[in-house]
Design a protein around this ligand. Structure first.
Ligand code: NAP
Length: 286
């Protein structure tokens, strides 16, 4: 039976660290603050923003929702981003995606100052990450690595296969795995038969949003399987990219969905907010 890489114990450690760091910042006169921009009334985006608010409250981080109607203009959003970029009391800014189709998403995300881009999606942060420099990194990619580190699963020198080259998981994960000295293969929708690659993985990461894409025949016995995918099954339940029931008996370790990668992402986003707030403290004292 595979070791189950549950988020719960990792979350407990992270939460304690965040609370301690928030307290230290408050003692230095800084209240970490996250601003979230929400455009329109997409129920999933509203739910994600509310979940962030609850987690921020719990961690002692100030949260402010900037809600715009679906009729808001790109200029209005850019104007608000500009004001938030210049506000020294705001440390992290993020936009709930997707925006209504008529928006130029690239322009909006480039409107966020890189040093407040706690989602790690501004081109400056992406470039820094791939250059091996300090950068904000998307929380879901961080969650994959945090799970491995917590359970003391070695990364260095191992062959990692990442399925998915998307902006929030696959691509940043490639950079993080290289930083940790793994040898990395990245697969995508044009890779052809995925099993050719996935069966060679010592560490297998799935990040496609394609329900149960990875079955038992695609996994080497004893492999560590990290499932970052999230999609809704026809019955409304959440499903991962990995067919847990068939893969679990042959894997060495595996993350559940829910209760694995996804359960850590909000905390790691808040960790990015704390990092941003600590950077302003360093700037003040240097
Ligand atoms: P994305 O933009 O959703 O792109 C999906 C990636 O998967 C693309 O690279 C695509 O290939 C690849 N793909 C899709 N179907 C495939 C198939 N049948 N075989 C091989 N590759 C396939 O990527 P993302 O933004 O990085 O997000 C990835 C997934 O992570 C999301 O869909 C979501 O399920 C999950 N996610 C979870 C959380 C969380 O908190 N748990 C947060 C964010 C994202 P091409 O590039 O060739 O199109």
């Amino acid at each position: 039976m595979a070791l189950h890489l549950q988020a719960k114990p990792v979350a407990a450690v992270l939460r304690a660290q965040l609370e301690k760091r928030t307290q230290q910042l408050q003692e230095a006169g800084i209240l970490p603050r996250l601003a979230v921009l929400l455009v329109g009334d997409n129920p999933a985006s509203i739910a994600y923003a509310r979940a962030k608010e609850r987690a921020a409250d719990r961690a002692g981080i100030s949260f402010r929702l900037h809600a715009f109607s679906a009729q808001a203009t790109e200029a209005e959003i850019l104007e608000r981003l500009d004001a938030l970029n210049r506000d020294p009391a705001v440390h992290g800014i993020l936009v709930e995606w997707p925006l209504p189709k008529r928006f130029d998403s690239a322009r909006i995300l480039e409107g966020i100052a890189p040093h407040k881009d706690v989602d790690g999606i501004h081109p400056v942060n992406r470039g820094r990450l791939f250059s091996g420099q300090e950068a904000f990194v998307p929380a879901t990619a961080l969650a994959c690595i945090a799970l491995l580190q917590h359970y003391q699963i070695p990364i260095s020198g191992r062959h990692a296969v990442v399925v998915g080259r998307g902006p929030t998981v696959g691509r940043p994960l490639l950079a993080l795995l290289l930083k940790e000295n793994a040898t990395v293969t990245v697969c995508h929708s044009r890779s052809g038969a995925l099993a050719r690659y996935t069966r060679k993985a010592e560490l297998l990461f799935a990040a496609t949003g394609h329900r149960h894409l990875i079955g038992a025949e695609m996994v080497a016995p004893g492999a560590v399987v990290i499932d970052a995918g999230l999609s809704e099954a026809p019955d409304g339940t959440l499903a991962g990219d990995v067919d847990f029931a068939s893969v679990e008996p042959i894997a060495g370790a595996i993350t559940p969905v829910p209760g694995g990668v996804g359960a850590l992402t909000t905390l790691l986003l808040l960790q990015n907010v704390i990092d941003a707030a600590e950077a302003t403290l360093r700037d003040q004292t240097s």
